[in-house]
Design a protein around this ligand. Structure first.
Ligand code: CU
Length: 309
């Protein structure tokens, strides 16, 4: 074997090792079981860890993203329930623990207390940043059983008040309401066609109700996890699909009175089809993290040929 052959052989071995290392299996245990079934409103322990498929070892080295080692999103499959929590890492074992349906004094885990109170199927997403590998996202399906009916509720589109402009009134628990509700929200989105996909920009204006003056811009938002606003943009999984085809986590800087809009951007690599999308936004105001769903119909622009260079 000549030197060149040895070089290529060792190079290919190196690549296989790298790929092998990069294959990671995400494990979710629900009350210690891999069955992923729980009872609604019952205290439940979720345990998450990531295993290197080649060595069988649990990974332990994580970097924080937006202050947290793991961002965990629980969504009912009809997208009507949304919870965003942060499991606790045990640095020694590499295991993340998250008790749910139990009181939790952690401001960043306000959603833990009533995480799953309705029967149904839930998508569970974990986002982490491995020290040596980078960011990864994991997905599981969790079934919640219990009293009550498992209903798949069709989401209602929010009121469209113009070209790609969605409007709603809502209370601080996120429930849609009418004039006089605590908040008014206007979501505008805009598409720019680019090479290999579309660049979407979202502008969100939230105003607070004042009995004397009506809805007024807010200068009292508070940052959460270092950002002004957080969004999960997604659609529902179609028949035969395990998970939504779109799941994007977006962030906005802090709005102020000069620039009162939250601004989010997303580069869509032509995955967003004509569909109904949920834009679950979270922001801090008056000591509380609000979670508000905006639902809109999106049609991608006609495909055009753009040179990529
Ligand atoms: Cu998070």
């Amino acid at each position: 074997m000549n030197l060149k052959a040895i070089f290529f052989l060792s190079l290919s071995f190196f690549i296989i090792t790298l790929n092998g290392h990069a294959k990671i299996i995400g494990k979710l245990l629900v009350n210690g079981s891999e069955k992923h079934v729980m009872q609604v409103s019952q205290a439940t322990n979720l345990e998450v860890f990531m295993v290197d498929d080649t060595t069988g070892e649990t990974l332990t080295e994580y970097r924080r993203m937006h202050m947290k080692y793991m961002h965990f999103v629980i969504m009912k499959n009809d997208l009507t329930v949304f919870k965003h929590i942060h499991p606790y890492l045990d640095a020694q074992s590499g295991k993340f623990m998250m008790p749910i349906n139990l009181p939790n004094g952690d401001f960043d885990n306000q959603d833990a207390k009533k995480a799953i109170t309705e029967p149904g199927e839930y998508h569970v997403y974990a986002e982490v940043d491995f020290k040596d590998i980078g960011m990864r996202k994991f997905h599981w399906i969790l079934t919640a059983e219990g009293p009550g009916e498992n209903v798949f509720r069709e989401r209602q589109l929010d009121l469209n008040i113009g070209h790609n402009k969605i409007f709603k009134y809502f209370a601080d628990d996120g429930i849609s309401s009418t004039y006089g509700a605590k908040y008014e929200g206007v979501l505008t989105y805009h598409t720019i066609q680019g090479c290999g996909g579309n660049f979407l920009t979202f502008k969100l204006d939230i105003k607070e109700f004042d009995p004397q003056f009506g809805y007024k811009a807010i200068d009292s938002f508070t940052p959460w996890l270092m950002m002004g606003g957080h969004v999960i943009l997604l659609n529902t999984a179609k028949a035969g699909e395990k998970r939504p085809s779109v799941f994007a986590h977006l962030h906005s800087k802090m709005p102020n009175l000069e620039n009162p809009s939250f601004e989010f951007t997303h580069f869509d690599r032509n995955i967003m089809n004509k569909d109904k999308y949920s834009f679950w936004v979270q922001f801090g105001h008056r000591g509380k993290i609000l979670s508000i769903p905006f639902v809109f119909a999106y049609t991608p622009p006609e495909a055009i040929e753009l040179a990529c260079n």
